[in-house]
Design a protein around this ligand. Structure first.
Ligand SMILES: [Zn+2]
Length: 438
């Protein structure tokens, strides 16, 4: 039997002898094509050996030997899946497969395999190995896609989505010269992985140059598991605002200064932190706000704190909402300061813009998941992903699978094989349905 491509996505078996007549063969494909979950789990377990840590997780930090070895393993899997493997100038790994219509833009599927120090075996790995599994399934089932197809494993995602940023926007010298968690600069790290930081423009892609980017990822939160939902349809990756807040009071003797005469900067900081929590939770929505660090000066038992600096972070999918919360906190800080004669000042906020996934992709992923019999929930991603960078050059879509107990960036990170299988099948069917233009 040979397969011919009679219609996009419909593969029709024809007679082996003449290669043309359809009559003698009853074997029309009736069951939708599926990934082999056992193979994904086998590959996850093999990949977890590179950089494995004693706690049962992995420390496969970008630009280390473990990263290099893990990448070699992934490249071999790609070759076994019939992909043509190369690395771009930023050292992103690209596995390419021809499409039947070369006039179409490429369909990209990917994630990353680097980890944080003392990380787990699922963040990035699930999406990368499932993307390879999609390629392997297509090859095994002799399915031709119309679009050129690329499996991309982005380098150094955990160090700030470096590889995907390079592909979609290039890298500035400041970032290239910064020292990564491996101890190497990003520039040296890219060289170490076989890239060429002097030729990054060669790997950079222009807006409108891809048909779509799809990424499967673990949720890294506990919502899907708690609500017993199979698949998260990601509506976007939240924007983040950072601002350093300095509160100036007056440092004085903690034994001799009566309570009403104090200008205690730490007391104002405490009141401010409480307000951050109240303001963020007062309005409906999934926004979050955190004071994640604090420095107290001079910092002694017997001195009333004179100066406090703290780090304010706000996240939401809606930039306007982030700014609204920030402005409200700024104006209320004046009132808080007046209560005990302290002054608040804020550094200009640094904002990482929210990145929305394509609404067409949300609909497609949602309907694919429902057709496969899975429950879905539309949700934002509170963590950053390569998809937010690639959203600059084309429509992107993200699929989440549950993280048990919401644990991530830790050795106890875990997603159940059944959940991974569901996610990988949604990824595969989304690729097929997108390619068929349905
Ligand atoms: Zn990740």
């Amino acid at each position: 039997m040979v397969y011919i491509h009679a219609h996009p996505m419909r593969i029709i078996p024809v007679c082996f002898f003449c290669g043309f007549c359809f009559l003698p063969l009853p074997a029309q494909r009736s069951v939708p094509v599926r990934v082999q979950a056992s193979r994904i789990m086998e590959h996850l377990s093999a990949l977890s050996q590179y950089g494995k840590n004693p706690e049962g997780g992995v420390s496969r930090v970008a630009y280390t030997d473990a990263d290099l070895q893990g990448r070699e393993y992934a490249m071999q899997l790609m070759r076994d899946a019939g992909l043509e493997v190369s690395t771009d100038a930023a050292a992103n790994i690209i596995g390419f497969r021809q499409g039947s219509d070369p006039s179409l833009k490429p369909l990209l599927v990917g994630s990353h395999i680097d980890s944080v120090p003392h990380g787990g075996n699922y963040d990035g790995d699930v999406g990368s190995l499932s993307a390879i599994e999609v390629a392997e399934t297509l090859a095994e089932q002799h399915i031709a896609l119309r679009h050129p197809f690329e499996v991309v494993i982005f380098e150094n995602e955990e160090g700030g989505t470096v590889g995907s940023h390079a592909m979609s926007a290039g890298l500035e010298d400041k970032l290239l010269n910064s020292v990564s968690a491996s101890g190497k600069t990003v520039r040296d790290g890219i060289r170490f992985l076989g890239g060429d930081p002097d030729k990054l423009h060669q790997g950079q892609r222009q807006p409108g140059s891809i048909a779509v980017y799809l990424e499967l990822h673990i949720e890294q939160g506990g919502i899907l598991e708690q609500e017993k939902v199979d698949i998260g349809v990601v509506e976007g990756i939240v924007g983040i605002l950072h601002s350093d807040v300095t509160i100036t009071g007056f440092a004085n003797h903690a034994g001799t200064t009566p309570m009403p005469q104090r200008h205690d900067a730490l007391l104002s900081a405490a009141r401010f932190i409480e307000r951050v929590n109240q303001i963020v939770t007062e309005v409906p929505g999934r926004q979050v706000g955190t004071v994640g660090w604090i420095k107290v000066h001079p910092g002694a038992y017997n001195v009333i704190p004179g100066v406090v600096t703290l780090g304010l972070e706000l996240r939401d999918l809606d930039r306007g909402k982030i700014l609204e919360m920030y402005n409200r906190l700024r104006s209320e800080s004046d009132q808080i300061g007046r209560m005990n004669g302290t002054q608040f000042s804020f550094t200009d906020p640094i904002i990482v813009e929210p990145a929305l996934t394509s609404s067409d992709m949300q609909k497609l992923i949602g309907s694919v998941a429902k057709d496969l019999g899975f429950t879905t929930k539309t949700m934002p991603s509170g963590a950053g992903h390569d998809a937010q960078e690639i959203a600059r050059i084309g429509p992107s879509g993200m699929i989440f699978v549950p993280s048990i107990n919401g644990i991530s960036h830790a050795p106890k990170e875990f997603s159940r094989p059944d959940d991974i299988e569901r996610g990988a099948n949604v990824l595969l069917q989304t690729v097929l349905r997108f390619d068929a233009g349905r």
